[in-house]
Design a protein around this ligand. Structure first.
Ligand SMILES: NC(=O)c1ccc[n+]([C@@H]2O[C@H](COP(=O)([O-])OP(=O)(O)OC[C@H]3O[C@@H](n4cnc5c(N)ncnc54)[C@H](O)[C@@H]3O)[C@@H](O)[C@H]2O)c1
Length: 252
């Protein structure tokens, strides 16, 4: 009997890191369901990788339930959809809080709740959540973005512990400075600016979406079968950079 093709669901797959993850998982042989709140970009990613694209707003419980009702098999779930609003804490409104927390944290929870039972029915699988460098190196003036990404680490570990008996692993990947359509304002839109700013990273440059996708692909694969509840920072070493290191790095 031919081996069953494994299915991966990726959220926020219309652009940036989610698009790269979808591309990489498709190259690894997964049948990928690329989802995004933006229907057109989800469709474009789905078409580009030979998978399917679906509109899915991860923070909408009805949307998530309706989406999951159409999913027959799910071996890998990548909770990648994420948003941020950079404000000082004292200027962060309840609307800012809800927007960031509902997309990043509630969205991760809802997709896990909806798809984990499907995964369990198929014998298990792997959930990969996107956290961030900023969950570990807490950053000022990012509103509740750091808090949301720290919450995702706690959710990941709890997911790993509660779902291990269903054969489901859960791990998190924490990107560092990765230029994407969503971060160009922060990291600089042109290559020269990015090159100059990237010197502060221990490995000497900003990272790429493909490098984040490589780590996600490992957590999605059989190679990581004995790994659960872990966080892997894909940040060129920034999360380990000490103040003396940063002083030195400024002059290189
Ligand atoms: N780029 C970085 O430097 C960086 C660093 C750390 C963590 N991350 C995390 O990686 C993930 C991807 O980041 P990116 O830089 O590719 O962002 P991006 O803004 O380029 O892309 C995010 C995608 O998520 C989609 N999205 C937003 N809200 C959604 C919702 N409610 N439902 C479904 N989809 C939704 C957007 O439409 C977009 O296609 C995020 O979780 C982000 O927090 C990124």
């Amino acid at each position: 009997m031919p081996e069953q093709v494994r299915t991966a669901v990726v959220t926020g797959a219309g652009r940036g890191i989610g698009e790269s993850i979808s591309r990489r998982l498709a190259a690894d042989g997964f049948s990928v369901i690329a989802t995004d709140v933006d229907e057109a970009t989800a469709a474009a990613t789905g078409e580009a990788i030979g998978g399917v694209g679906r509109r899915l707003d991860v923070k909408d419980p009805d949307d998530v339930a309706a989406f999951a009702a159409d999913v027959e098999r799910c071996d890998v779930l990548v909770n990648n959809a994420g948003v941020w609003r950079f404000t000082p804490l004292l200027g962060t409104s309840p609307d800012d809080f809800r927007h960031v927390m509902e997309t990043n944290v509630l969205g991760t929870l809802l997709c896990t709740q909806a798809l984990a039972p499907i995964m369990a029915r198929g014998g298990g699988g792997s959930i990969v959540n996107l956290t961030s460098l900023t969950a570990r190196a807490i950053t000022p003036f990012v509103g509740v973005y750091s808090a949301s990404k720290a919450a995702i680490i706690a959710l990941t570990i709890q997911t790993a512990l509660e779902l291990a008996s269903d054969g489901i692993r859960a791990n998190a990947v924490g990107p560092g400075f990765i230029p994407t359509p969503g971060t160009l304002d922060t990291y600089g839109a042109d290559e020269e600016t990015q090159r100059a700013r990237g010197k502060i990273v221990p490995l000497g440059r900003y990272g790429t979406s493909a490098e984040v996708a490589d780590a996600v692909a490992w957590f999605a694969s059989h190679e990581s079968r004995y790994v659960t509840g872990q966080v892997l920072f894909v940040d060129g070493g920034v999360s380990e950079a000490t103040v003396p290191f940063l002083f030195q790095a400024q002059s290189r």
